[in-house]
Design a protein around this ligand. Sequence first.
Ligand SMILES: [Mg+2]
Length: 270
Amino acid sequence: MSALVGFDLDRTLVYSAAALLLDGPDESAPALVVTEVYQHAPLSYMTRVAETALAGLASRATVVPVTTRTVAQYRRIRLPLPTEGWAVTTNGAVLLHDDRPDDAWTASLRAEIDATSAPLAAAEELFLAQLPTAALLRNHRAEDLFVYAVVDRAALPDDALADLAAALGALGWTVSLQGRKLYAVPVAIRKERALAAVAERVGATLTVAAGDSLLDRDMLAAADVAIRPAHGELHAAGWTAPNLLVTQASGVMAGQEIIELAARAVDGAR
Ligand SMILES: [Mg+2]
């Protein structure tokens, strides 16, 4: 049996200070390790127990980070994984093996994006036009493939978000809100396709996937065992599926529980 475990990163494995959702007294808080440094300061964390459990899991399964982060943003992340391995970044548009991008993968996707979605410039223009001005703090392009904005959630009502998603949807683009980041991504760029490509290359017979957002949904649906935390976009939507496990905890403690549930699924199948 060869097990593959695909983990979304932000708010699934790693948590910013704002996403920790620690409750209870500070003296009862779990020990945390820094998983990311940005501009010389810590930016994201996991529990020490989670880090140890992840290292153990990686010794008996192929563990693949599957993230919407760009390659540069992904390279800031420090996880106890083998230096030679697989990662999916840029929401599935980039496949890294031993830290080298598979250029053929990205090139074949670009052709499909051109066939199924409006061009980046047109989608970006609509995205910025539809976003309430007060909600837009900063906007970015990710590797000339998709766009995202840092938003003020309080200035972005749910109906404005739904209108934006509908408008972009008509252009072949998917909209996802994750914390303060609002993404618009061509429909052809999908995490589950990249993870399936890794599964094929490593000959996986069991796939476990975990994630918290709309951009993770189809990856969870396609997995043999899916896990999501009790927080985030999918949780808010009450999303469920027959193969789905949901954590008891939320925040960084859910991250720890996700690794433990994934390890149980892998060990149960051995
Ligand atoms: Mg996430």
